[in-house]
Design a protein around this ligand. Structure first.
Ligand SMILES: Nc1nc2c(ncn2[C@@H]2O[C@H](COP(=O)(O)OP(=O)(O)OP(=O)(O)O)[C@@H](O)[C@H]2O)c(=O)[nH]1
Ligand SMILES: [Mg+2]
Length: 377
């Protein structure tokens, strides 16, 4: 799963990438269009607690891949390598400047909502170019030969064009699964799930400020069902529940300091700011949720590990995430919620208490399940 970090110039994209992936980058990349690619460990207290119980030889967290590209803009989006990087990601994290700092240039006053609309606009323009090119092609082909499939594509593309011309991103368009499949190959930018990341300034009450930031900068409407990112607000009947948009806030400066500290120092530092966890942990979790992903665990003395699956995955497919052999020879899954296992103190106790269940192939794996797959392979 890949997430692209985008945003206007000098908003803190690379700083965020660096702290997410703990990558030590040379200060200035030789080519500003070169993308940084790195992997972030998904922090998970549940897994850490399981590891404390099992004391395994190996501890493996889930991970999310992040791609940091240069600043976005109409020029950048004309470069094929730049666009290719963005098309290939599963979701976008848009870093929006909300911190005040006169020494770092920004076009105009700090106004996150304006920046969000501008970037969204750039994404839509890029998609529109692609749609128009394809429309021309399909129109020509249709003149030569009638085809039901091409006609459907033509209609869908025209609908996409109208959507963008109304300044609404493709992710807000009503689409059937069939439409979605037709669109998949285009990898449209404005169709991707989007996480807005407000980069706010330091303050003594950072905990409160982080929580209040989304509302303070007027993003609540973007992430709820009540509005659109387009200029025109959406009429009530067109609002859909799953908009694939999320928002969170971080303080890049504080996170950068945290990244350099030991765990114990970091915990003390966080509580001095009134925070229970780092903004980074929340951001990674939000990315995970935006992508519709959950974790289940395997736990033992050799390894404690988190596995990434989409919500609504059946047990037999979950087993396949571990190894295809487990999927093919699946018998049952010994299953327990992570906190019930901790409470019992061991699998044997849990079995005695009856909290360890035997689940079949069709069981829908829940976030936080600990599973042991019984197989015949
Ligand atoms: N005050 C303050 N400065 C920050 C913060 N985050 C980043 N900066 C500074 O802003 C400048 C730009 O940061 P980068 O992370 O390189 O920003 P970028 O978005 O990758 O910039 P480009 O790739 O050039 O568009 C650097 O001087 C950072 O130190 C922040 O939270 N607060
Ligand atoms: Mg950068």
């Amino acid at each position: 799963m890949k997430t692209g970090i985008i945003g206007l110039p000098q908003v803190g994209k690379t700083s965020l990438f660096r702290i997410l992936t703990k990558a030590h980058l040379s200060s200035a990349p030789s080519n500003p269009r070169e993308a940084h690619i790195g992997v972030a460990k998904v922090p998970d207290e549940r897994l850490d607690k399981l590891a404390a119980l099992y004391n395994p030889k190996k501890l493996t967290h889930a991970s999310v891949e992040y791609v940091d590209v240069g600043a976005i803009g109409q020029d950048a989006l004309k470069e094929s390598s730049y666009v290719a990087h963005l098309r290939n990601v599963d979701a976008l994290a848009h870093v929006v400047r909300a911190f005040e700092d006169d020494s770092i240039p920004h076009a105009g006053p700090i106004e996150p909502l304006r920046d969000i609309k501008n970037v969204e606009f750039d994404l839509m323009v890029s998609d529109l170019g692609q749609i128009e090119k394809r429309l021309e092609r399909v129109e020509k082909d249709l003149k030569k030969m009638r085809s039901a499939d091409l006609e459907k594509e033509f209609e869908l593309l025209k609908r996409g064009k109208a959507q963008i011309e109304a300044e609404r991103p493709l992710r807000e368009m009503e689409m059937t699964p069939e439409d979605k499949k037709r669109f998949r190959g285009f990898m449209f930018l404005s169709e991707k799930p989007m996480l807005y990341v407000l980069n706010i300034g330091e303050s003594t009450e950072l905990g409160k400020d982080l929580e209040a930031a989304v509302a303070k900068y007027g993003l609540t409407d973007l992430v709820s069902d009540h509005g659109g990112t387009g200029v025109a607000a959406r009429p009530v009947e067109q609002r859909s529940a799953n908009r694939n948009v999320g928002a969170t806030a971080i303080c890049g400066k504080v996170e950068a300091e945290l990244a350099e500290m030991s765990d114990a120092d970091a915990a003390e530092f966080l509580s001095s700011y009134g925070l229970s966890e780092s903004g980074l942990a929340r951001l990674i979790r939000k990315t995970y949720a935006l992508l519709g992903l959950i974790s289940f665990f395997t736990a033992g003395e050799d390894e404690c590990r988190a596995w990434t699956i989409p919500v609504n995955t059946r047990a037999v497919q979950g087993a396949g995430a571990i190894h295809s052999d487990l999927e093919h020879h699946f018998i049952r899954a010994e299953t327990i919620r992570w906190d019930q296992l901790l409470e019992a103190g061991s699998e044997a106790n849990a079995r005695a208490k009856g909290t360890l269940r035997l689940e079949g192939k069709d069981y829908i794996v829940q976030d936080g399940d600990v599973m042991h797959i019984r197989h015949s392979g």
